[in-house]
Design a protein around this ligand. Sequence first.
Ligand code: PEP
Ligand code: MG
Length: 764
Amino acid sequence: MDDVKTPSARDPRRLLKRMRELMAVQENAQARLDHLTAMIAQEAGWDVCSIYLARQSNALELCATFGLKPESVHSVRLQPGEGLVGLVARRARPLSTSNARAHPAFSYKPETGEEPFNTFVGVPILRGGRMVGVLTAQTSQERQVGVDEIETLQTVAMVLAEIVASGDIVEAEEMAGLDVRQSRPERFQGGAYSGGVVQGVAVLFEPHVESTRLIAEDSGAEEERLDTAINSLRASIDEMLDSGRIPFGGPTRDVLQAYRMFAHDRGWMERLREAVRRGLTAEAAVERVRNENRARLMKASDPTFRERLHDLEDLANRLLRHLEGDGVHMSDLPDNAIIIARNIGPAELLEFDREKLKGIALEEGSASSHAAIVAKALRIPLVGRLEGALDRAENGDPVILDGEFGILHIRPQPDVVETYEERIRLLSERRLSYAELRGPAVTKDGVRVGVHMNAGLLIELMGLDEIGADGVGLFRTEFQFMVSETLPRLSAQAAVYKSVLDAAGDKPVVFRTLDLGGDKVAPFAPSTKEPNPALGWRAIRMGLDRPGLLRYQMRALIQAAEGRPLQLMFPMIAAPWEMRAAREMLDREIRHAKHAGHPIPSELKVGMMLETPGMAWALEHVIDTVDFVSVGANDLMQYFFAADRQNTRVSDRYDVLSPSALDLLKRINDVCVAHDTPVSVCGEVAAKPLEAAVLIALGYRSLSMASGSIGPVKKLISGLDAEKLGTWLASRLESPADSLRPLLLEAGEDAGLPREAVENGRAI
Ligand code: PEP
Ligand code: MG
């Protein structure tokens, strides 16, 4: 079969070259498709060439033909699975036969006049892994179809997919009702990880090859480009694996190992090379192979195949980035861009144009992932766990992202748009009403609660007064490090901290020393390959073992204070000796500053982040060495429930409103109160109205949260009866319930809760 030589097998590149010439001609949609079929038939030596395109009803419509009866165009339609064409579409795989009529799937359509043609070949026209049509070729001679011929038709189909999805064909009247560009409204329900509702346009965060860059001018040069890109892709994967510096938000070690395997897979490379040899550009070859993999693996019901699909897609995207250059664009954002991606790292998020970026929709992501934290800091809605969203959206599609309820609408219908426009208006009204709550937060029964802001970027501090925060309860210093290629110099660090203190004015700021390691990687920081990064060498552990970095940071903080009060705290203290060692280090730095004649802070307060359950039980043994305690509930709950906060499968599996978790939180507060040590909660739980109400009822009088939550939480506080809720809760902390959430929601106002807390409390 391989030996059969035909004109197309001899020179597929000539065919593509002629295709490119045809594309440059100005003509209407129908004429363009007609000319294409005629040209393909002529160049590749077929009696018939036809293009069937998918309709919204899923039927395949004959849209252009050379060789069949012209009157059958737009009148012949095949249902899914009907005939040989339907079979090609259903399987998303090529099919050939030397005797079409003898094939069991053959369906006779007399109006086409196809009786004289015996040999049939059909290949799917795939776009973004979706089947958008079928390209067929027929001839009267009974013969076997060569592998080369099929390969050529597949290459042509790849270019055709982009041609038919281009504006002039999709918009042409005779093509109405086709489904080549996705057009149906889609709604995805995911997790709401950063609030706000926005309307905008989809920007798929994966490289896409423009249709003008599909056909190669010089195939030899393209093959070289492909080889260079594959080599540099392999080198970069090796580098990541060998150095252990796996970028934050990127693939895990195991996945990288799978990438390494695929990147050396001969089958994959051969398919890429073959596509280039047939006249595609290197980028188009990658896209073609990616499309075929997608179409094939998307049909698999086994989830491990789908995982594999993700891996292959990531790899293809990486390869496209290595090819970069003119063909691949992903940097320029349109106005009101809503990024749709599989996942995104916080550093990447910070690189987008903030004027244009309006929202983030992720197929993965979790509530306490750092991308979500950065999104909150930037006040951009982020919705995660939207599985399949990337496959359903097209660049430029209108979208609505609802960060309040975790919903993504792609190509929404007018009534949905109308409803959301109304909601967006109401939300902005509500935001204005928060402005009235700028004063201190006091519950209905007169309890004063400190409401502080979590921040990590200087720009967030600008709105401190306006937002009505009492100060900054957590300044995550590592953000500056994570986006820097080299270790920020002492002067650069000091400058950032000084600007933070300046911006906060007389409001207090609590700096958290570097919390690197685990999932937060700075390009220059020491890093090792660890089997369990969240349980590994991170935060204060790294700081104490390699004191250079931490000492340097302490020095910068002391310098930045310029004789003003300074508050700092250490992350991930898991045993009292760690707190003592960190404090001693700080004392040494203070002595050093004095010695050098530098001003020292007028008042120094040193805190401990309580983020490990073990520390909750050792609290009495350390409390005398700290000036305050800050409960890092994100990590505390991660360790309490042994559920990785980065792992979508488990991150939201357990509820902090379970009696056991609340009991732990209550114990921490009780010990601090008994020792007269200020305590605050700075994890994400403090930012959710229902959870915040419960923390106050447990006795907490200080909370710290992302800026966007301050208004809603202050509003909640003003309507809360803290004592009533405290009494309600006290009798239920020993309840056998998995979570008190349903009970709380049911009791509602009888438990002292304001209505907003109940409305907001349904989601974990
Ligand atoms: C936490 O763990 O709750 C916390 C506030 O720190 P981070 O989210 O930065 O780990
Ligand atoms: Mg933490």
